[in-house]
Write a protein that binds this ligand. Structure first.
Ligand SMILES: [Fe+2]
Length: 256
């Protein structure tokens, strides 16, 4: 099986662009399209021709480049069925349980609503990667804008069930601010303390903190840890349902 090459690059103010390339079939997909110029520049740098855009959700900082890129490349745009009407230039809509081929690789679609009502995640098990958009961030998660806490918690649960070594590509570089907040929720977590120091070093050097992994997030991301007794105690929510504790952490982050 051909390798999947992945190129991540910063764009707009704090978004990430991601290109995936199957050299055997000469296919290249942009995961979301925050900005046509930045995606085009990344394609030129790699010498890859755009064949697909895989959209996670309708927000403009994930779809703003769709039409210009499609006009320039004739690429096919795949996006979430639940918000297909809001995805510029969409050709094919998919939802949870759907699978499709990207060259030698199979792409599995998960419904991960909450940030938006139709948000989807693309998982490529053979490459060990997941493209989660604005559902999960390193040490954080997306704002719950079109859903509720219970819905978002269920979506995160699907990601938490992926193999721990899965590389997770997210829509934004929010990790340093997320680390500050995470330490207010679980200050005694040694793995989190260590990671916060590493994140500071990476950012000071101008480097990206992503991709992350499911395993690392399970150990350090407070949004995925409402079962932890110390967190429940700090929030005064001992024994309450995990989704409610998650919701309280999300509320505190919104206010932070
Ligand atoms: Fe978003």
């Amino acid at each position: 099986m051909a390798n999947l090459e992945i190129h991540q690059f910063p764009c707009l103010s704090d978004n990430f662009g991601v290109l995936i390339h199957d050299p055997g079939h000469n296919l290249t997909a942009s995961i979301d399209a925050p900005d046509a110029k930045a995606v085009s520049a990344a394609l030129a740098e790699k010498g890859w021709a755009l064949t697909h855009i895989l959209t996670t959700h309708h927000h403009a900082d994930h779809t703003g480049g769709n039409l210009a890129l499609k006009g320039a490349s004739k690429c096919a745009i795949t996006g979430p069925r639940g918000e297909a009407g809001k995805i510029p230039g969409i050709d094919a809509s998919v939802s949870g349980g759907d699978t499709f081929a990207f060259g030698d690789h199979e792409v599995h679609v998960l419904d991960t609503p909450g940030h938006t009502a139709g948000h989807i995640t693309y998982v490529m098990p053979s490459a060990g990667v997941a493209f989660v958009g604005d559902t999960l961030f390193a040490l954080g998660c997306g704002r719950v804008i079109e859903g509720d806490a219970q819905m978002m918690w269920q979506s995160l649960g699907k990601l938490m069930a992926l193999p721990k070594e899965t590389a997770v590509y997210c829509g934004h570089e929010y990790t340093q601010a997320n680390a500050r907040f995470a330490l207010t929720i679980e200050p005694e977590n040694a793995a989190l303390q260590k990671r916060a120091r590493e994140v500071d070093q990476l950012r000071a050097a101008g480097k990206a903190t992503l991709p992350t992994t499911i395993g690392l997030e399970l150990e350090t991301n407070p949004f995925l840890r409402p079962h932890v007794a110390a967190i429940q105690q700090r929030l005064g929510m001992q024994g309450q349902p995990e989704w409610k504790i998650f919701g309280e952490i999300r509320e505190r982050k919104n206010r932070s």
